[in-house]
Ligand binder design. Structure first.
Ligand SMILES: Nc1nc2c(c(=O)[nH]1)N[C@H]1C(S)=C(S)[C@@H](COP(=O)(O)OP(=O)(O)OC[C@H]3O[C@@H](n4cnc5c(=O)[nH]c(N)nc54)[C@H](O)[C@@H]3O)O[C@H]1N2
Ligand SMILES: Nc1nc2c(c(=O)[nH]1)N[C@H]1C(S)=C(S)[C@@H](COP(=O)(O)OP(=O)(O)OC[C@H]3O[C@@H](n4cnc5c(=O)[nH]c(N)nc54)[C@H](O)[C@@H]3O)O[C@H]1N2
Ligand SMILES: [Mo]
Length: 761
């Protein structure tokens, strides 16, 4: 019997009601209604919600979670020095992530005083001088770690990497390392470019759209409009998801009066398959095997011959993979896989989309390679209505990479930067998130600067990560809201409050715009509309320019750049491929498209052809750091950590997950009823989750409530960041270094009253 009720459909009136609630809670309802009307409009600002693109050319698009992101940023609650005077850091550490961010917008630069354990006010110039002083003391520039979260603008990110490289390091760990890194690695290897090959218009032409390991109803709600429209036109949507996500079953557009006001909704998925966690590579391999066995005549031999390499090796490995292994690892039957393969081979134009369900596993690079393989086998790339679509997360994470946030810069990019700086820049690879945390933990790195984000709660292995951040001799956080990363301090730390995307950025040269790139490689301008929360907040771009000005011998006029962002764009035009005439191009209403070589059948790979991958299925889907436990059969369940409907990564907006029928709580564990019963667990019982021990460390997350769910046996799901303590720092994807957040080996321990102690957040 179920104690929670899932809705029949996603979207609809409930979505409008939820939006109104969040707008009211911002205490700036009027401003935010105005904000909503300007989001993604010409002369408006880019939605900080997600990286999905827009082609509505001026029409208003309603998006519940975009509205939540805006309302959360644009609140009238302020957090200034009086707050920090009242609360010591040790006291703040006891509060939940939700409480910390809920206190409001940061409005004053603050410095940590380790003697009093309080943050105290500091002037902006004092803060910049402090950073300069500390950086001068470093004995090696690689003792500096420069983290970026993907909300920063192209201008801020470009200056940030320029500053770092002039200082002498390529240490640019960024949120991508925990997110779509595997997509970049796999696509670069296979098709010569690490980005998706489709644009939004392609969705209107596709005959089939595969949505793999992605929950767009919550995380990319504007994508639902594209899927709904496609479904209505007869496009076959095939979902591969470990869970039955309601939006992928039925979606009611809040923009359609009938679907808004009646129980009507559009059926989204034509076929919905629920593979086991990490089972997608096997399922995709199975589709190829079925095509080779049953429909070999429909394989696109012409495309293969003209455009690809390694076909024979691929065919061999597909043939050698047994159906038994495919069924066992995917958890799907041959008949189910055949249904998906039939749709793939019978459609003239196919798009495949994917997100974290594919990228956060040990063998994610190989899995994404397997998606590409199917597209190469059938020539489903480089034509209208077909191609590959890794759906990015943060609204400008793709732009950040394009403008140089990359720990492994290309020689060509470094040469271009050297032309404008006239300085020799470092070429040796720097640190990604995994390497940065290890270096901080070992005290080899000494300073952490973060351009946004919340590394403490975003990264795996909470205990290890917290210690690593705490080890920094100086922890500098450029942020809008208070979070746990600000509180992991020992010696010195700074909180530098910045403007958000929604706010006006006024400089001596006038109101500034910034630029961003969406998941379809469309680059466009964004201009804030509301008055800044405080005159004492600076833009991210200015903060970075001022840090660089204070720290570096001058051969770049940083202060001129901070006063007029078009001058930064001029530098970008000189150094980045496809950015010529940047200032002019962003004046076009919808911006401009950065061309994608693979979409033009131009393969920038080693062989100058699109390359089939020919990897074996993994022996086991779990990271090799658990091999001993796997051999000893200690793995009871595989857990995925995912997002609720009321959160934005580590930012918790509320305690509900409406589409999964959860209200007022986050410490829930989704489990198959038969698995629960076999363990003697009933709905509502409490358990501790233990990950299998690696490196002699027992990792636990306490006090989760059992919720029966439609989930494959042996698999579990619970929210992140609460589950991050369970994931070993060593459990990372092959070639991607991404934490395997969707495959954590765990066992459960029922809590009886006497054991119900030690609840940590
Ligand atoms: N409102 C909101 N919007 C967001 C975010 C947010 O937190 N809140 N975060 C942003 C960011 S940075 C990102 S990266 C994206 C994330 O967007 P998503 O990738 O959609 O996010 P997750 O919640 O991690 O969901 C993963 C989905 O994959 C499924 N899944 C997990 N493992 C597997 C598997 O092995 N196989 C298959 N087939 N399915 C699997 C899960 O059931 C779930 O539906 O969203 C962005 N947009
Ligand atoms: N277990 C598990 N872990 C995961 C994931 C998972 O699925 N499971 N997902 C991973 C993914 S996909 C990602 S992308 C990472 C996310 O990692 P991050 O990007 O580091 O985390 P966020 O939660 O997005 O960062 C929130 C903070 O950013 C700041 N902020 C918000 N807006 C702005 C702004 O405009 N400017 C500045 N300067 N600061 C701002 C606020 O202070 C806020 O507290 O987490 C990863 N971690
Ligand atoms: Mo992400």
């Amino acid at each position: 019997m179920s104690i929670h009720k899932q809705p029949e459909k996603a979207g609809g009136l409930a979505s409008v009601q939820s939006t109104i609630k969040h707008l009211m809670q911002s205490h700036r309802t009027k401003d935010n209604i105005k904000n909503l009307l300007r989001v993604n409009q010409t002369d408006g600002f880019d939605c900080p919600g997600c990286a999905w693109g827009d082609n509505t050319h001026g029409a208003f698009q309603f998006c519940e979670n975009g509205a939540k992101a805006i309302a959360w940023e644009s609140t009238d609650k302020q957090l200034d020095s009086s707050f920090f005077k009242t609360h010591s850091v040790s006291q703040l550490l006891k509060q939940s992530d939700y409480w910390l961010e809920y206190q409001g917008r940061l409005t004053e630069p603050m410095r940590y005083n380790h003697q009093t354990d309080h943050y105290e006010p500091i002037s902006w110039q004092g803060a910049f001088a402090l950073i300069a002083d500390k950086l001068k003391q470093l004995t090696d520039p690689n003792q500096l770690e420069l983290y970026t979260s993907g909300r920063a603008s192209n201008e801020a990110a470009f200056l940030y990497q320029l500053f770092g490289r002039l200082f002498g390091t390529n240490n640019f760990p960024d949120c991508s390392n925990m997110c779509h890194e595997a997509s970049g690695v796999a696509l670069t290897q296979a098709i010569g470019v690490g980005k998706g090959t489709v644009v939004l218009d392609d969705f209107e032409q596709a005959d089939a759209i595969f949505v793999l390991g992605q929950n767009p109803g919550t995380n990319h709600p504007r994508m639902m409009n594209a899927l709904r429209k496609a479904a209505k036109q007869g496009c076959k949507i095939v979902s591969f998801n470990n869970l039955k996500e309601v939006a992928l079953k039925k979606f009611a557009s809040p923009q359609s009066p009938t679907e808004l006001l009646t129980p009507m909704a559009t059926q989204i998925s034509h076929l919905y398959l629920t593979p086991k966690l990490g089972g997608d590579m096997a399922a995709l391999r199975g589709m190829a095997k079925w095509i080779f066995e049953q429909r070999s005549k429909q394989i696109n031999r012409n495309f293969i011959q003209t455009h690809t390499h390694y076909f024979d090796d691929y065919q061999k490995v597909v043939t050698q993979t047994s159906w038994q292994k495919i069924e066992q690892q995917s958890g799907l039957t041959q008949a189910e896989i055949a249904q998906a393969a039939t749709i793939f081979i019978e459609s003239n134009k196919v798009i495949s989309c994917w997100a974290m369900g594919l990228t956060q596993h040990k063998h994610s690079v190989d899995t994404i390679n397997e998606v590409v393989n199917l597209h190469l086998l059938t020539g489903q790339i480089g034509k209208a209505g077909a191609g590959l679509c890794p759906v990015r997360g943060h609204s400008n994470v793709q732009g950040n990479r394009t403008v140089g946030i990359n720990e492994k810069p290309s020689a060509e990019f470094i040469r271009a930067l050297e032309k404008i700086t006239l300085v020799k820049l470092p070429t040796a690879p720097g640190h990604n998130v995994y390497q940065a945390l290890k270096a901080l933990h070992q005290k080899n790195s000494k300073v952490l600067i973060s351009l946004g984000g919340n590394l403490a709660q975003a990264a795996a292995d909470t205990q290890f990560t917290h210690q690593a951040i705490k080890n920094a001799e100086l922890n500098v956080q450029i942020s809008t809201k208070l979070n746990r990363t600000h509180l992991l301090v020992s010696q010195d730390a700074l909180i530098l409050p910045c403007l958000g995307r929604t706010e006006k950025d006024n400089k001596v040269s006038g109101l500034q715009k910034i630029t961003v790139e969406d998941t379809f490689s469309m680059v466009h301008a964004s201009k804030g509309m509301t008055d800044p929360i405080s005159a004492n907040c600076l833009s991210e771009t200015e903060i970075i320019a001022q840090i660089a000005h204070a720290c570096l011998e001058q051969n770049i006029n940083w202060l001129a750049l901070k006063d007029d962002y078009s001058k930064i764009r001029d530098l970008m035009a000189k150094t980045l491929a496809g950015f010529a005439d940047y200032n002019q191009k962003i004046e076009q209403p919808a911006g401009f498209h950065l061309t994608n070589s693979a979409a033009q059948l131009n393969w920038q790979t080693k062989t100058k052809r699109a390359e089939f991958g020919f990897n074996q299925l993994p022996e086991h889907i779990l990271s090799d750091c658990y091999s001993e436990q796997i051999n000893n059969k200690q793995v009871q369940f595989v857990l995925q950590s995912l997002r609720s409907h009321d959160q934005y990564n580590t930012t918790i907006y509320g305690m509900d997950d409406r589409y999964r029928g959860i209200q007022g709580e986050r410490r829930v564990l989704f489990i198959n009823q038969q698995d629960a019963e076999q363990l003697g667990l009933s709905q509502g019982d409490k358990v501790d989750i233990q990950s299998v021990c690696d490196q002699g460390i027992l990792r636990q997350a306490h006090n989760f409530k059992i919720v029966y769910y439609d989930i494959p046996r042996g698999n579990l799901a619970a929210y992140y960041p609460e589950t991050n303590p369970l994931l070993s720092i060593e459990s990372i994807g092959e070639h991607s270094y991404t934490p395997t957040s969707k495959s954590i080996p765990v066992s459960l321990k029922q809590i009886t009253d006497s054991l119900n102690i030690n609840v940590i957040s």
